[in-house]
Design a protein around this ligand. Sequence first.
Ligand code: SF4
Ligand code: SF4
Ligand code: FES
Length: 283
Amino acid sequence: MTTTTETAVTISVNGSDVSVAAGDTILDACTAAGVDTPTICYGPTLTPVNACRVCVVELEGSRTLVPSCSRPVEEGMVVQTETERVNHSRKMVLEFLGSGVDLSQAEEITGWMQQYGAQPERYDNPERMNEEVKIQDDLYVRDYDKCVLCYKCVEACGDDAQHTYAISVSGRGFGARIATEFDVSLPDSACVYCGNCVAVCPTNALQFKTEFDLRKMENWRPEDQSVTTTVCSYCGVGCNLELHTQDERIVKVTSPDDHSVTWGNLCIKGRFGWQYVHGDSDG
Ligand code: SF4
Ligand code: SF4
Ligand code: FES
């Protein structure tokens, strides 16, 4: 948001001056200037981990492109977001991701691939995981062929929200993957089924079992879904719930990122404990 307070910092974005609060990032300044920037590992409620590098911009005086999501603004910075170098870098990042990951349910990312002319087929298919979808309970599934290793789920499970630390990255190189400790099944892990990892996943590698089942039946229809905001009735915290409904049935539950108490997070009851609403046993 543009600001004129004493702590404002002014930088130039694509030739226009924009003022943001000290401590804000270049990405915040781009947003304030109305400049769209692709991001994958960035989340408004998460600490930046600089994993994807799709948000890079050109910063005058810097030898390398800089990740806009994590770089704080400094007075007088001159930033360009639409140079040939920036576009080429973003295109390459998206091509590499697309060549090794199933992005079929990552609509935002595939939109950027079109925008930047990414052609993942230019590369040989590296060692794709070809993992079976992990269906270990009725709440959510893990399809790691869709995982871009953005770390958002790890952050949400760990320091940034839940402090449960049930998942982390194991392995190296092409073998790197998100896993529970010793790769035990989810019910045997430390997972408390808050679903905060599902909420931040940008590719549907983590998704509600309800959504997974409807997609399998070719009956997942976001265009026919409504979202109703309400308050969780289970305890006194009073988390905001966004009930996504299709054909008069709840199909998933999210929570608004900008809620000053819960910041998009829920517990197992608010996230998954809604089957009783339907008054039947098949959820
Ligand atoms: S499972 Fe989703 S949130 Fe976790 S690292 Fe993979 S893409 Fe990111
Ligand atoms: S989601 Fe969990 S913590 Fe939040 S109000 Fe419901 S029961 Fe309480
Ligand atoms: S969004 Fe900035 S590095 Fe991933």
